[in-house]
Design a protein around this ligand. Structure first.
Ligand SMILES: [Zn+2]
Length: 281
C-alpha cells in the first residue's frame, strides 16, 4: 500500500524498512507505570499488551530534488532485533523511486535504526549521488571513543561516509531546498533534528525520534528509555507538540504504524489526538 501525501508542491512517501519485535510498555517507557497505560491500551498497545514500533523512513521530493529522511535499520539480518531484515531498497523501487536519483540523505539522528542503509556491504554509498547531511552535535557525541565502541552502527554505517567524502555536518537551521529545512530538536540525541516542509502555505514536519510512539501525542511528557538527555527531550517534545498542533502541521512519524505514519495533532474536549492523514496519490 502506497502511503504518500502532498504538502503544497512537496511529495512525501512513507517507506517501511522493518518491523522489530514488540516491547513491553514499561520496558520501553521505564518511568511510566503500567496503570498509566490502561486508557491507551486499546488504541496504542497490541493484543498482547505490547508496544509495536515500526522502522520507517521518508522520501521527499521538492523542487526536483529527492531527499531521504533517515535510512532505516539496514539489510541485516539483525540478531539484536529478532533477526529481522530491512526492506527499504525494495520499498524505494516499489514506489517508482531510485536510489541513484537521491540528492540528499538527511539524518534526524545517528541511532542504528536511522542509518542502516547508508553504505553497501562493499562499503560504497547506497545513494551514490547523495550528500549525506549529519547533525554535527550527533557526530561529535557518537564519535567520542567511549561511546563509539558501544555503537556498532557508527562503524558500519556512519564513519564510512566521511572516508567516502559524501558527508556534510549540519547544525542550526539548514536549508536543503527553499521548501525543506532542518531545525534542532535536541534531547533524544544531542544533535537530533526535525525536517520542516513549507510549501504553498502548508506545513509539515518529520519528527524523527522526538516522538517514537503515538502515545506521546496524547502524553508528550512521556519519554522513552532511548532519550539520551531525558530532561532536554521532554522540553523539546512539549514545545514541538504545541507547535505542530498550533500551526496545523502534517506530522510524519517513522516509528508509527504502517497506514498511520502521517497525521495531525488535533484537540477534542481538551485532549490531544492523532488524526491520520488520508493518502493522496
Ligand atoms: Zn528510532
Amino acid at each position: 500500500m502506497t502511503e504518500k501525501i502532498r504538502i503544497g508542491n512537496v511529495e512525501v512517501w512513507a517507506l517501511l524498512d522493518m518491523i522489530p519485535p514488540p516491547y513491553a510498555p514499561d520496558d520501553f517507557f521505564p518511568t511510566i507505570p503500567l496503570e498509566a497505560w490502561e486508557m491507551y491500551r486499546r488504541d496504542v498497545l497490541d493484543e498482547d499488551g505490547n508496544l509495536q514500533l515500526y522502522y520507517g523512513c521518508f522520501a521527499i521530493r521538492s523542487q526536483g530534488k529527492l531527499i531521504m529522511a533517515d535510512t532505516g535499520m539496514g539489510p541485516g539480518p539483525h540478531p539484536e532485533r529478532g533477526n529481522g531484515r530491512g526492506d527499504l531498497i525494495n520499498q524505494i523501487r516499489r514506489e517508482g523511486l531510485a536510489s541513484d536519483k537521491v540528492d540528499y540523505v538527511v539524518h534526524t539522528h545517528l541511532h542504528a535504526d536511522h542509518v542502516g542503509w547508508n553504505v553497501t556491504a562493499e562499503g560504497k554509498a547506497t545513494f551514490p549521488r547523495a550528500r549525506y547531511l549529519v547533525p554535527r552535535a550527533d557526530w561529535e557525541y557518537f564519535t567520542q571513543p567511549q561511546i563509539l565502541e558501544t555503537v556498532p552502527a557508527m562503524d558500519r554505517s556512519v564513519l564510512p561516509l566521511k572516508d567516502l567524502g559524501v558527508m556534510d555536518l549540519v547544525e542550526g537551521e539548514h536549508q536543503i531546498t527553499s521548501e525543506v529545512s532542518t531545525i534542532p530538536t535536541p534531547g533524544h540525541t544531542p544533535g537530533h533534528l526535525n525536517v520542516l516542509i513549507s510549501s504553498q502555505g502548508q506545513k509539515g514536519v518529520v519528527v524523527g525520534d522526538l516522538i517514537q510512539s503515538v502515545v506521546q501525542v496524547m502524553e508528550p511528557g512521556w519519554g522513552s528509555r532511548a532519550d539520551i538527555d531525558p530532561r532536554k527531550a521532554w522540553e523539546t517534545r512539549i514545545a514541538m507538540v504545541e507547535r505542530i498542533e498550533g500551526e496545523g502541521m502534517v506530522m510524519a512519524a517513522g516509528h508509527f504504524n504502517t497506514g498511520a505514519h502521517f497525521g495531525r495533532i488535533v484537540r477534542v474536549d481538551g485532549r490531544r489526538y492523532w488524526q491520520v492523514e488520508s493518502p493522496q496519490a
